[in-house]
Write a protein that binds this ligand. Structure first.
Ligand code: ADP
Length: 330
């Protein structure tokens, strides 16, 4: 019998015996009251121990889940680091052996470069995670032109989108004021959203970037017509290590094996840090990230950032001065 079961049995049994004793031996009202009081104490005592055990069980379950997530994360990271290295090694061996046509050489070098970028991205994400957890994550806030950042992200992701036959489109970004952000980190957040759209959209999809300005904020949107995200996963979408279940629907005329390949692709690459870091960085920049999505139809991720104003500019200048003073004084 479990500890919980034993407690219920002991508590229930105790109360039953007390009631029996009360009925058999209580000679007057005072005795009856005393038995009732002891009965109540036994009931409350058992109830509090039960509550304590339930909490302990919940905490143990939570720690077990965390432990499981962490070991899954470590094995995923190892896999994500090993796979590109295996490809790089194999292609380097082929190139060194010689006799490879010029076209193939170019193709291999391109793949090596892509795999290196994948590794760099993962390592940068891991470094960010460790800086955030260690409380030493820093941003360099500045005046950022939205069109410049979006264009450079699209340029960097075009080849990856083409490999999956996606169309990567930027809607004209006009009359959008500059924002207050850390340009490098904003670029990484947007690139990550585009990479997700590439990964989680069946081949031949459409990925669109757009931006518009509100009263105090600028919104940057990344929209795809991919697999979408199930509603029940939305509360945990931005959690650390969250990875969705692949829900890639078959496209018209597509054969199952192609879809399985896609499923495997969506399943294998990634460690569940991108959206967690995106939300954290957006909040630190005074902005936010949100999503609108429908399974089988696609997703739109929206980044909102404060518009750069003269007031903000002065504030940042004085922060920089303060920091410089503090550094000189230490
Ligand atoms: P990763 O891509 O490494 O798994 P992320 O934190 O970037 O980690 O994303 C978490 C999960 O959110 C993904 O595993 C995927 O299930 C889901 N997801 C993110 N972006 C999209 C998207 N554009 N379309 C569908 N699902 C997405």
């Amino acid at each position: 019998m479990s500890v919980r079961g034993s407690l219920v049995a002991v508590g229930g049994g105790g109360v039953f015996i007390l009631i029996l004793l009360g009925i058999l031996y209580a000679t007057d009202q005072q005795h009856l009251l005393a038995y009732a009081l002891i009965g109540l104490i036994v009931v409350f005592g058992s109830a509090s121990v039960l509550l304590w055990i339930t909490r302990l069980e919940q905490e143990t379950r939570r720690l077990d889940e965390l432990d499981h997530l962490k070991s899954e994360f470590v094995s995923r990271v190892s896999h994500e680091l090993r796979t590109p290295l295996t490809t790089i090694k194999a292609l380097t061996r082929l190139l060194r052996r010689g006799g490879v046509s010029e076209e193939k050489q170019r193709e291999y070098l391109e793949t090596i470069s892509i795999e290196c970028d994948r590794q760099i991205d993962l390592i940068l994400n891991l470094l960010d995670l460790s800086r955030i957890e260690g409380g030493v994550f820093r941003l360099a806030m500045e005046r950022v032109e939205v069109a410049d950042v979006v264009t450079s992200c699209v340029k960097a992701e075009t080849a990856a989108a083409e490999r999956r036959a996606h169309t990567l489109r930027v809607e004209p970004i006009e009359n959008v004021p500059p924002v207050r952000a850390d340009a490098n980190h904003l670029r990484r957040v947007i690139s990550n959203l585009i990479e997700n759209s590439i990964k989680y959209t069946p081949d031949g999809g459409l990925i669109t970037l757009s931006a518009d300005a509100g009263a105090n904020q600028v919104a940057i949107r990344v929209t795809d017509n991919g697999q979408g995200i199930p509603k029940e996963d939305l509360p945990i979408l931005f959690d650390k290590f969250y990875r969705g279940r692949p829900v890639v629907p078959l496209m018209a005329g597509e054969v199952a094996s192609t879809n399985e390949e896609l499923l495997e692709d969506a399943n294998m690459s990634g460690v569940g840090l991108g959206l967690y870091l995106a939300r954290d960085v957006m909040r630190r920049m005074g902005g936010q990230i949100s999503v609108e999505t429908e399974v089988g139809k696609g997703s739109t991720f929206t980044l909102q950032l404060p518009i750069w104003t003269a007031e903000i500019s002065e504030k940042i200048a004085s922060e920089v001065k303060e920091n410089a003073k503090a550094t000189a004084g230490s």
